[in-house]
Design a protein. Structure first.
Length: 342
């Protein structure tokens, strides 16, 4: 079951979520996940993680990875994640994730992993050459969440299947060892912009790995780049419709309306009330202005933070210490239940 943040805020709970340090964060990451992470930190106990062990499931250049970990951390802080309120760290600095990940490799079944669509997409035709890590990626993701007994996981729509697997692993573990040790975490998926699509193809997801930079708005793009990419974004010749139903079959128009709603913090209906009947020549400049208004301060602040590597490393080190203090007792409990410890 998916919930919105406001539905979840009535419960007591712990939030965990992660982002891969592979290249720049883009508007999809921001609207689909990070914006929600920022909002949740006022009401929840939040743990946010730069998942570098997930990044190495595909080849990485060491110096670039080192830089990306800092860039993504700076980008999260610039977006509003406050290390004084939330725990912010990189995954490899807390060994308990990988350790529980191995244990979950011994709980999850091949059949469950064989169903994962993200592996199929990422491995592509050359499956035999994919790493074992890419295949077992979701068991590590389950460990990330469950090693903190997190109850809610704010993610974009593309992570829903991995969250279902996490729940299956939690249930299977509890049943195998006759315990109630793990909660079954709920995904928190935004109503608008849960799946931001490419600016060049309304049927494929905006993604860091797309070879064309014109398909995405990076949180590091300049105001000129943002305006140019929106101007060139694929559309159809019709003006925007007055109702959501009429937007359904128009993938590119739907995407741009969703992006506008996500950036403005309003509903898609509100966007159509304002722009229904108007052409893209009128809508796109307004969208570009709004995108610049939201993103430009993030990119300026990120560059300011990146001038001091020492300060970013200190945030990550302190976050790792706090995270390890939370995960160590859970792993200890797991080992005791399994007979790995006296
Ligand atoms: P990653 O790094 O691909 O993306 C980070 C977050 O951004 C969301 N997202 C999007 N949302 C809307 N539209 C898009 N086009 C879009 N692209 C990305 C993702 O859904 C995600 O929430 N497997 C995860 C990282 C991870 C994780 C975890 C997440 C590892 N362990 C534990 C939650 C809990 C991933 O690759 O996200």
């Amino acid at each position: 079951m998916t919930q919105t943040a406001s539905q979840a805020s009535g419960n007591q709970g712990r939030i965990f979520s992660g982002v891969q340090p592979t290249g720049n964060l883009h508007l999809g990451n921001y609207l689909g996940a990070i914006k929600n992470w920022v909002a949740l930190q006022n009401d929840f106990d939040c743990i946010y993680c730069v998942v570098d062990l997930h990044a190495i499931t595909v080849p990485q250049v060491p110096d670039q990875l080192r830089q990306s970990i800092r860039e993504v951390t700076a980008c999260l802080i610039a977006s509003g994640i406050d290390p004084e309120k939330s725990v912010l760290f990189n995954q490899s600095a807390v060994p308990h994730h990988a350790e529980l990940g191995w244990i979950f490799n011994c709980v999850a079944r091949l059949g469950w992993l064989n169903r994962m669509t993200q592996f199929k997409e990422k491995a592509g035709k050359n499956r035999e050459n994919a790493t074992v890590g890419l295949y077992s990626y979701p068991t590590l993701m389950a460990a990330d969440i469950l090693v903190y007994k997190a109850t809610h996981v704010p993610v974009g729509d593309d992570q829903k299947q991995h969250l279902e697997l996490t729940r299956d692993i939690a249930v299977a573990f509890n049943s195998m060892f006759e315990t109630e040790l793990f909660p079954t975490p709920e995904p928190l998926i935004q109503k608008t912009a849960a799946r931001v699509m490419s600016l060049r193809d309304g049927n494929s997801k905006m993604s860091k790995s797309d070879t064309s930079d014109a398909t995405r708005i990076n949180l590091t793009d300049s105001a000129e780049e943002i305006a140019r990419k929106i101007k060139k974004a694929k559309t159809d010749p019709e003006p925007l419709p007055e109702t959501i139903e009429l937007l359904e079959a128009r993938a590119e128009a739907r995407n741009l309306v969703g992006i506008y709603a996500g950036l403005a913090g309003c509903s898609q209906e509100d966007v159509l009330t304002e722009f229904g009947g108007r052409g893209f020549g009128e809508f796109k400049p307004k969208l570009a202005d709004l995108a610049v208004e939201v993103i430009a301060p993030i990119s300026t602040e990120m560059n300011r933070l990146l001038a001091d590597h020492g300060a970013i490393d200190a945030v990550l080190a302190s976050g790792a210490e706090q995270a390890a203090a939370l995960s160590e007792p859970v792993l200890s409990e797991v080992k005791a239940v399994m007979g790995l410890k006296g």
